[in-house]
Design a protein around this ligand. Sequence first.
Ligand code: ZN
Length: 322
Amino acid sequence: MSKKLLGIDLGGTTVKFGILTAEGNVQEKWAIETNTLEDGRHIVPNIIESLKHRLAMYGLTADDFIGIGMGSPGAVDRKNKTVTGAFNLNWADTQEVGSVIEKELGIPFAIDNDANVAALGERWVGAGANNPDVVFVTLGTGVGGGVIADGNLIHGVAGAGGEIGHIIVEPETGFECTCGNNGCLETVASATGVVRLARHMAEEYEGDSAIKAAVDNGEQVTSKDIFMAAAEGDKFADSIVDKVSEYLGLATANISNILNPDSVVIGGGVSAAGEFLRSRVESYFVRYAFPQVRRTTKVKLAELGNDAGIIGAASLALTIQK
Ligand code: ZN
């Protein structure tokens, strides 16, 4: 029997697990709740317990695996296999993750940042079709990303490579970002960014719009409400989608002007808007991209959904040096 891969996608609400073939087919998957209480001290022990339980259940041992790969929020030290400053896990201080899991399971372990890992997944068996040059942008509560160039995930000198969410699309006058700058892509294209943009644009809009009325009345409006209203013909909502698409088209064209990837893959919750969003982004991408890039780089939607994390994490295990 050929050896398998284990992929772990650690998030603020759930930890997702997958057992995969070396070709990237998911054979088993399960999830547990992330217990972030008491400074997140239960997270690693819970992961170990769940892994041991499942391996026993499936009759698998350490010898059946090539390795374990994991995607984590926060600042990941790939060499020491530690995580620092993952605030949604209540991990402020440096956490020993890899050394503990490796010791308890007896399986080699590799770790990387969660957005990078999702990029690896989409590149491997998703929309990237295993091409060596793929850029992944994820639009969720924040805007994350990962850049794979010449087959390598780009980390940069301090591990901050591929921070697509902090490409500045509105210098000086843009909204303040959590990073301290103004006008980052994340401030207008994340789920909260889209709503922030709607509030701002509602001040100047004069026509009839259910979304504008809801925003002006202080009602709860989500990015999903805005995309749905736009698809149904609400002109104000449509102008917001258009603006978000322009920002995304500008940012992805600029990345592509440097890297000329095979594809820019858009994923994350906001991308559930699907072709409606993709085609709009593409229309601006085409406007801002360099001619050869415009002709050769494609704008695609992610295909793996929630599984991108476990699949990409599992692929990390293939990179472990023996
Ligand atoms: Zn920023």
